[in-house]
Design a binder for this molecule. Structure first.
Ligand SMILES: [Zn+2]
Length: 289
């Protein structure tokens, strides 16, 4: 089977994924580009390696009268891509793919992985440097890194998009990260806003956590009030890339602007007020103000 697949690869320049074996006597080799395309590429073959191609070769092993053979079925019509077009991107070879993942997990940089993968391709006798199965681009590595981390360079774009669309009604204030300008997000859902209106209380509680967004080292603040049943309920959240009196004060001011029942004693009191909040949080490790 391997031999047959390799022959097809060499002759037609189409590549297949390692076999899927739903039964012991059946081996299904799907086209290497069979994955469903997602994202901005729209499945364009020059931009993505996933083209939802349905081509395959399968082997059904049969044994009769002590002789074994295989029935080969082929769907040779490849759709969405043309392996003979050098502008298209072939999928990374599975062996190299696994190695790159390991190297990235070891914390290697993009350029280190690039050099290492180049050496690997050379050592394994792959000389065609245009062959994108063995010769990666820095972008290939960045994409893999993104898949591994689950977060990526485009996160700021995603946040921009989310706060202006789906989450728009829940955003009280948003300042995107830009050069020296810290990232600030004040979140308050309409329900939380109503909750604050219904539970006016001279005292609120504030707690900061750093565990939820450690990938960025951002601070996450929850503001709580005591409801009529005596329970602490969150009525707003702050996410800050820089945790200073100025940024926290700004969040509180923005929150005050959109919540008439939430007021701080006076503008002049902000630094002091925030200082007290910080002091109590730092002292108790919790949020009792
Ligand atoms: Zn195909």
């Amino acid at each position: 089977m391997e031999g047959y697949i390799n022959q097809v690869k060499e002759k037609e320049h189409y590549y297949f994924r390692p076999p899927v074996c739903p039964r012991q006597d059946y081996y299904h080799y799907g086209c290497d580009r069979g994955n469903h395309s997602a994202g901005k590429s729209n499945g364009e073959a020059s931009k993505t390696r996933a083209n939802s191609c349905k081509a395959y070769i399968s082997f059904k092993v049969i044994t009769d009268a002590g002789i074994s053979g295989a029935i080969i079925q082929k769907m040779q019509h490849h759709t969405g891509h043309d392996e003979n077009n050098s502008k298209e991107k072939n999928r990374i070879h599975p062996d190299l793919h696994s190695l790159v993942k390991i190297w990235l997990q070891l914390g290697w940089s993009t350029s280190e992985v690039l050099i290492k993968s180049y050496d690997w391709a050379q050592q394994n006798g792959h000389v065609d440097k245009k062959d994108s199965r063995f010769y990666l681009t820095p972008n290939d590595i960045r994409l893999l890194k993104k898949t591994l981390r689950g977060v990526g360079d485009s996160d700021s774009v995603s946040v921009d998009h989310l706060v202006s669309t789906e989450l728009r009604d829940n955003i009280c204030f948003y300042q995107p990260l830009h050069n020296e300008q810290p990232f600030i997000l004040v979140v308050q859902t309409p329900f939380q806003k109503q909750l604050l209106e219904e539970n006016p209380h001279p005292m609120v509680f504030m707690d900061a956590s750093y565990k939820g967004i450690t990938a960025y080292g951002y601070a996450f603040y929850a503001l709580l009030l005591i409801n009529k049943t005596g329970r602490g309920v969150p009525f707003a959240y702050f996410i800050l890339s820089k945790e200073t009196t100025t940024t926290v004060s700004l969040c509180l001011q923005k929150l005050q602007l959109s919540n008439p029942s939430f007021y701080l004693r006076s503008d002049k009191c902000y630094p002091h007020y925030v200082f007290v909040l910080f002091f109590v949080i730092r002292t108790t490790g919790s949020m009792h103000v």
